[in-house]
Design a protein around this ligand. Structure first.
Ligand SMILES: NC(=O)c1ccc[n+]([C@@H]2O[C@H](COP(=O)([O-])OP(=O)(O)OC[C@H]3O[C@@H](n4cnc5c(N)ncnc54)[C@H](OP(=O)(O)O)[C@@H]3O)[C@@H](O)[C@H]2O)c1
Length: 162
């Protein structure tokens, strides 16, 4: 099972200036709970954007072509296959970004866990289109707010159509 986990805005934006678009504390807590004990695959820019490295209690695998890069407390991989082969047996695989890594792994993914933020932000990095011919909504939880300063969002789990 390969799961992509991501937060997107209404335009599929996911990041700007190597940062997330919005701070949703509940979403970060949920991310931690869902991924705890498992294997995380990420691109180098996402790794660099993490305020605290590595993400504790999980296997951190960073994709990079740069042989000189050395990451304390994380494993490095130079290809998608190598990243997958590094994942320890019995652990689930979570693809945690960023844009380039989501694009590459989307064709391999079995499940998408998307936090759809019901707002628009300035973005320079985007998630690919989730095509209804390929994916169906298996679960959705909506958290809607009437207050303009509180973001509304939905946790949506998509599974690949057979
Ligand atoms: N909203 C969300 O849920 C979410 C989650 C994560 C990240 N983000 C955002 O996404 C943005 C970063 O995304 P990004 O697309 O710019 O960068 P990225 O995907 O995080 O990292 C790109 C880098 O990863 C390496 N890489 C990617 N694929 C590789 C492969 N197949 N083999 C070897 N190396 C590979 C390359 O590093 P080298 O150049 O070293 O070779 C590449 O330059 C940030 O704004 C971040 O905040 C958002």
């Amino acid at each position: 099972m390969i799961t992509i986990i991501v937060a997107t805005d209404r335009n599929n934006g996911i990041g700007y200036n190597n940062n997330l678009l919005a701070h949703l504390p509940g979403d970060l807590k949920r991310f931690r709970e869902i991924t705890m004990g498992h294997c995380l695959i990420m691109g180098k820019k996402t790794w660099e954007s993490l305020p605290n490295k590595p993400l504790p209690g999980r296997q951190n695998i960073v994709l990079t072509d740069n042989e000189l890069d050395c990451f304390e407390c994380a494993e490095t991989a130079r290809s998608m296959d190598q990243a997958l082969s590094l994942c320890k047996p019995g652990r689930e695989v979570f693809i945690i970004g960023g844009g380039s890594v989501y694009r590459q792994f989307l064709p391999l993914a079995d499940r998408l866990m998307v936090t759809h933020i019901h707002a628009e932000f300035t973005a320079d990095t985007f998630f690919p289109e989730i095509r209804p011919v390929e994916w169906y909504v298996a679960e959705q939880e909506d958290y809607l707010s009437d207050e303009p300063e509180v973001l509304s969002f939905s946790y949506t789990t998509y599974l690949r159509r057979m």
